[in-house]
Every structure is written in structure tokens, then in C-alpha cells.
Design a protein around this ligand. Structure first.
Ligand code: FDA
Length: 500
């Protein structure tokens, strides 16, 4: 029997979860959030909450012996990674054969580690990926709401032209323009005014001190400062950390019983207990929520879950690459950790690409231009339950990543040829120019309208909901968190009106 009960439980504390908890709390519903990672609010011995990218320590990584940075090497040397003690750190890289997935761990989920790029997709593309969702309502109401709640802001274009920390982006823009391509500013949840004061030497540096994927000590409006702070402010929401949901079962009366595992930051299991709830919202991210339902179905705990559970997973077409610039084209020693510009070739009818101009925050001149390209890769993976390991294992093979490379290559071959430049072959551990063996943007697994109804209600079960990136069918054409947030706002508004 369940030892504890909460009327509503939200699993996870990322974007979908945070929106849901705020709206439940504001409606007066006592809500418990369960998060497997830590609350990041306590400085370590060095006075900082997070460690930086140049000298990462155990705070950087979720139970690893060595950090696993996306740029595996520089001049083929493993300069970025460090040995660390296993610890409940903030960034995880989850490995599945040919694909590994980066995710944030902690109160705020991906918002703690991401690049803060807050991009609303082009409406025509949103209508293509989610045709059954009312785009008028999304673009008239929920995208503006998400942008304002998240604290999205835009860079001052005059400052962009003159500051040292975006020289790298201006160099890439020049090369794109010479190719006849269009660039666009990327809105952000990093406070650009704070960044400006960093450059002026008025405040402690974060974006300008190589901080990004292992957390930002300043400047970033992560969810703990926006939605989650507001959720806690309702007085109806509580968060339990270092608490992982392992199993979901349903009782005869329709309520749910969760099996949760409590750990300490060193990974010792402190206990396993049962928790009851009437309304269960899954916001554990594309990997986390999908695994919970695949496991529940295939172990017979929620036997009425259908075949669509675990299907329709994509990488958002992510592929990373670097270009070698001419010696007379330096990118500057200080690169802001937060991208602010992208090459927008999404209208290309054959090979749509949205390429973020990404920093190499190495603290020295690299003569390299780095990009994270988002492409329209039609391949989808799926999750298979492995009973021995009690895990949902992503099924994705290396050939499925090829369309991402083909699209990016068609664009960057043009840029190289217009500028007389070449690719960098030293960045990804071997001699490849394109890295498509990881994604920052896992999407799908519990797709809206397939595994759930059109508002995230799981098919086959009452009062069981999906709120996060697993609803999105594998692609958003831009960085996904604004869309995840806006969709979660739309869904919880309907659920609160109809199901409570
Ligand atoms: P999200 O992954 O944010 O949160 C899930 C939470 O649930 C996590 O805190 C996790 O610990 C917890 N959890 C999982 N399983 C659990 C369980 N069983 N029990 C309890 N808790 C559990 N996007 C963007 O739009 N702009 C950008 O600039 C970037 N940049 C970027 C950089 C990096 C390094 C990464 C890793 C990711 C990005 N992204 C991004 C992607 C973006 O961060 C991502 O799409 C969202 O965080 C996904 O939001 P969700 O709500 O789906 O879950």
C-alpha cells in the first residue's frame, strides 16, 4: 500500500513539468514534483554553484568517471575532458549504441545546461509537424505566453556589432553572407543586459567565462528562476529532489502508485518507497517519460498502453561541425557561451537547415567556426524494453543519422567554397567532419495524437498525462524548449478546465 499520497504528482522539473506544476498550483491543486537530480543553489568550496567548461569537476556530470563533452578533441587532443568522481552532477549523456543523448539533471532539467536559445518555429513548419493543433491559438496565445513567462530577450544589435565576445558570430555571418545566405538573431533566456555588464567588467562573468553546458553561475533565467519559482510561490507546490520514479502501477480505484527511489548525491540508495496520487503528469523528458511508460506497459503494470508508446523518436536532425578559418580571420579569444545568431536556410526546399553559430569557449583563439545544425531528418527511432537491465533502450542506427549530415554538408560545402575554407577534422575524437552521434534535442516517444490524445492525456488511462518533449514528433525545426513550454501551457489549460 502507498505510504504517502498527493492529489497531483508531476515527474521531473523541466519545461513541461514546470509549466504544469505552476498551473496546477495556481488552480489550488496540491502538487508534488519528483526530480531525480539535485537542487542547484548551494555554492561549493570554490564559492560557485556550477563548475565551468575549462576545468569541470564532479558537479558537471551525472555519475561519470570522466566528463563527456561534445567536442571530444581539439587538434585531436583530448583537452576538454577531465576525470571526475561519480556524483549527481548536472549534465548527463545517456548512451544507446550509435546515439547518445544529452540531458540536464536537477531542478530545472534542461534549462540548467542548455544554450538558452529561445526560438519560436516558423508557423508553416509547426503546422506541418502538429497539423491537428490549432496554430492560431498557439501563435496568438501560447507562444507569446511561453516567451513572456520564460523571460525571453533579444540582443541589442548595436552592441552585437561592437563587442569582443561575438566576434566569432560576426565572422560566421560574413562567411554566410558571402555565400548568399541569410542570418538571424536568436532570442535567448540569458539576460543580454547582464552579458553586456560582464563585458564591461561590472559583474561576475558567466557566459563570458566559458560557462554553458555544465550550468551558468549567473545571467541565465533557468526554470528555477521563472516557472518553478512561480510554482513554489503558489504555496501548493513542493519539490522532492534526488528522487527517481522507477515504476507506475494503477490501483482498482483508478489512482496511481509510484515506486520511487531516494538517493544521496554520491549515489547511495537511501530507500525505496511507494507514493499514491490521483492525477499523474509525466514531465521527465523524452527519455525519462518514454521509459516510464514503456516499462509500465512491458512489465504488465499498465497493460492497456498501446503500441504507439515508445515510437516516433527523433534527434531534431542535430549535427555538429566545425570550419577552419583563414589566419587573417580570427574569431577572438573570448566567445560568449550563449549563441546569438543562426544561419536560417529552413526555406530551402531540398535541404532545410537552421544552423546555430555556436561558440568554442576555449579561452584562446581557435580560428574555428562551430555550428549546431538542425536539419529535417525524417528518420525515427523507437524504444524497446530490456527486461534484464529494466531499461527502455533506444533503437537507432548510424545510417539514420546520414540525412542530417547530407543536409548540413550541402549547406556548408557552399559556405566553404564561397570562402575558400575547409572543415575541421580534429574536433570529434577521430577524423570525421560531421558529428551526428549525439543530440541535444531528444523529441518524441509519446507523440501527441498517437500515444496520447491531442492534449497529452495518455490513451487507455484516465488522469495520466504527458507534458514534455516526448509529445513532439521528433522535429521542431528550431531549438525546442519554447515549443515544449507553449504546448504544455495549452494542454494544461484544457486539462484543468475539463478533468478537475
Ligand atoms: P527536461 O529534460 O528539461 O527535464 C526532465 C527532467 O526530469 C530532468 O530534470 C530529469 O532529471 C528528470 N527526470 C527524468 N527521469 C526522471 C525520473 N524517472 N524520476 C524523476 N525525475 C526524472 N533547447 C533550446 O530550445 N535551446 C537551446 O539553446 C538548447 N540547448 C541545449 C543544450 C544542451 C547541452 C542540452 C542538453 C539541451 C539543449 N536544449 C536546448 C534542449 C532543451 O534543454 C530540452 O529540449 C528541454 O530541456 C526538454 O524539456 P522537457 O520538459 O522535455 O524535459
Amino acid at each position: 500500500a502507498a505510504t504517502d499520497y498527493s492529489p497531483a504528482v508531476v515527474v521531473g522539473t523541466g519545461y513541461g513539468a514546470a509549466v504544469t506544476a505552476l498551473r496546477l498550483g495556481a488552480a489550488g491543486v496540491p502538487t508534488l514534483m519528483l526530480e531525480m537530480g539535485q537542487l542547484w543553489n548551494t555554492p561549493g568550496e570554490d564559492g560557485k554553484i556550477f563548475s565551468d567548461m575549462l576545468s569541470p569537476d564532479r558537479r558537471s556530470s551525472w555519475f561519470k568517471n570522466r566528463t563527456e563533452a561534445p567536442l571530444a578533441s581539439f587538434l585531436w587532443l583530448d583537452l576538454a575532458n577531465r576525470d571526475v568522481d561519480p556524483y549527481a552532477g548536472v549534465l548527463d549523456r545517456v548512451h544507446f549504441g550509435d546515439m547518445s543523448v544529452y540531458v540536464g539533471r536537477g531542478v530545472g532539467g534542461g534549462s540548467l545546461v542548455n544554450g538558452a536559445m529561445a526560438v519560436t518555429p516558423k508557423r508553416w513548419y509547426f503546422e506541418e509537424i502538429l497539423p491537428e493543433v490549432d496554430a492560431d491559438e498557439m501563435y496568438g496565445r501560447y507562444y507569446p505566453l511561453a516567451n513572456s513567462m520564460l523571460g525571453v530577450n533579444n540582443i541589442d544589435p548595436d552592441w552585437f556589432e561592437t563587442c569582443d565576445s561575438y566576434q566569432f558570430a560576426r565572422v560566421s555571418r560574413k562567411h554566410a553572407q558571402k555565400t548568399g545566405l541569410k542570418t538571424t538573431f536568436v532570442p535567448s533566456v540569458y539576460d543580454f543586459d547582464y552579458m553586456r555588464r560582464e563585458e564591461a567588467g561590472e559583474v561576475p562573468r558567466s557566459a563570458l567565462a566559458s560557462e554553458v553546458i555544465y550550468g551558468n553561475n549567473h545571467g541565465k533565467r533557468s526554470l528555477d528562476k521563472s516557472y518553478l519559482a512561480a510554482a513554489l510561490g503558489t504555496g501548493n507546490v513542493t519539490i522532492q529532489t534526488l528522487t527517481e520514479v522507477r515504476d507506475i502501477a494503477q490501483q482498482q480505484d483508478g489512482t496511481y502508485t509510484l515506486t520511487v527511489r531516494q538517493i544521496d548525491a554520491e549515489g547511495n540508495v537511501l530507500g525505496v518507497r511507494q507514493l499514491g496520487t490521483k492525477y499523474l503528469f509525466l514531465g521527465a523528458g523524452s527519455l525519462g517519460s518514454t521509459e516510464l511508460l514503456v516499462r509500465a506497459r512491458d512489465t504488465g503494470k499498465l497493460p492497456d498502453l498501446g503500441e504507439d508508446v515508445g515510437q516516433g523518436w527523433g534527434t531534431n536532425g542535430n549535427v555538429m561541425l566545425g570550419r577552419a578559418n583563414h589566419v587573417w580571420d580570427p574569431v577572438g579569444a573570448v566567445e560568449s557561451g550563449m549563441p546569438a545568431l543562426g544561419i536560417d536556410a529552413w526555406e530551402d526546399p531540398v535541404n532545410p537547415v537552421f544552423a546555430e553559430i555556436a561558440p568554442v569557449p576555449a579561452g584562446l583563439e581557435t580560428w574555428a567556426s562551430l555550428y549546431l545544425a538542425i536539419t529535417k531528418n525524417p528518420e525515427r527511432g523507437w524504444f524497446k524494453y530490456d527486461p534484464g537491465a529494466d531499461k527502455a533502450v533506444l533503437q537507432w542506427d548510424v545510417a539514420q543519422g546520414q540525412p542530417s549530415i547530407d543536409a548540413a554538408k550541402s549547406l556548408f560545402d557552399r559556405i566553404n567554397s564561397a570562402n575558400g575554407t575547409i572543415y575541421r577534422y580534429d574536433l570529434f575524437g577521430d577524423t570525421r567532419a560531421f558529428e551526428n552521434r549525439f543530440t541535444y534535442h531528444p523529441l518524441g516517444g509519446l507523440v501527441l495524437g498517437k500515444a496520447t490524445d491531442l492534449y497529452g492525456r495518455v490513451k487507455g488511462y484516465r488522469n495520466l498525462y504527458v507534458t514534455d518533449g516526448s509529445l513532439i514528433p521528433g522535429s521542431t525545426g528550431v531549438n525546442p524548449f519554447v515549443t515544449i513550454t507553449a504546448l504544455a501551457e495549452r494542454n494544461i489549460a484544457r486539462v484543468l478546465a475539463e478533468d478537475f
